[in-house]
Design a protein. Structure first.
Length: 284
């Protein structure tokens, strides 16, 4: 099982690997810099060789990078759209430089335009930045449906993929909280949901899972993550998906050989439950 969590890269890739080993993880996810801005340290400061050596010693074969939230491929504003094109290309390059092969990105929001406009803009960006020779797969994340964000259902993601030229360079990141909040009942009908995914998108595009509980009920379209199986006594709130459903997902045939990345809330600024949640989901 390739399971891990989001970890910090503030101490370089080596620091991210060390943090992951503390959680008992077999993979992990990083941002190559702050997710809210474009400030980036050169990747040659990340101690990449040492990091990969430590990964090998701990049987961590690969990991995932997440693109920053400021990339909005669906924007109609020239400045934001230009940033999406240019900075996504930078993030793809940085992902390759640090030795990862999967980059997760939020599709974007069309704001004052409409869905068709937003999808066309996203396709244009992806066709600008994807190259047949690149060794990175860009994974579109399933979204919860808040506001005007694109990717709130499988059909929207399928429309994007249909318009992409280099389809072997595109994938999907299935976020359990987002999918549940958008209205797919992964608690009572996982097989039915995954059949829809396969019929509409194709399971061969599924590369990454974000493993999160939800503070909201099915179809709420709010996107608020919860700790796995959290009860009403948990300071971060109750998980409406529940431990059994999440456990069923990570042990299902759909998750075999996929990245399983926890993005669950921290209890405080210095305490998270990643180690405990990884152990529980492994069944230990």
């Amino acid at each position: 099982m390739k399971i891990g969590s989001h970890v910090s890269i503030s101490k370089g890739l080596l620091g991210a690997v060390k943090e992951s080993t503390e959680y008992g993880a077999s993979t992990f996810m990083v941002y190559t810099g702050a997710p809210q801005n474009t400030v980036r340290k050169p990747t040659d400061t990340f101690k990449i060789d040492e990091a990969h050596s430590l990964m090998a010693k701990n049987n961590i074969k690969d990991f995932v990078v997440h693109a920053p939230y400021i990339i909005n491929m669906a924007s109609y504003k020239d400045r934001i759209y230009t940033l999406a094109n240019e900075f996504l290309a930078v993030e793809i390059k940085r992902t390759f430089e640090i030795g990862a092969k999967h980059l997760v990105v939020h599709p974007g929001a069309f704001t004052d335009k409409d869905l068709d406009f937003g999808i066309d803009r996203i396709i244009n960006v992806l066709n600008n930045v994807l190259d047949n020779d690149m060794d990175v797969c860009v994974c579109l994340e399933t979204m919860a449906g808040k506001g005007t964000e694109v990717g709130r259902n499988f059909n929207e993601l399928a429309r994007i993929i249909d318009g992409v030229k280099f389809k072997d360079k595109i994938g999907v990141c299935f976020d359990t909280c987002h999918v549940f909040d958008s209205g797919y009942d992964i608690v009572n009908d996982l097989d039915g949901v995954m059949k829809q995914f396969d019929d509409i998108i194709g399971l061969h595009y599924l590369k990454v899972f974000h493993i999160n509980g939800s503070l909201n009920i099915l179809g709420s379209k709010k996107d608020r993550h919860a700790n796995i199986g959290a009860t009403s006594t948990n300071p971060k709130g109750f998980d409406n998906i529940g431990f059994d459903a999440i456990y069923n997902i990570v042990h299902s045939k759909y998750a075999t050989d996929k990245f399983l990345i926890l993005e669950t809330p921290w209890i405080s600024k210095t305490e998270n439950l990643y180690k405990q949640e990884i152990k529980l989901l492994r069944g230990e």
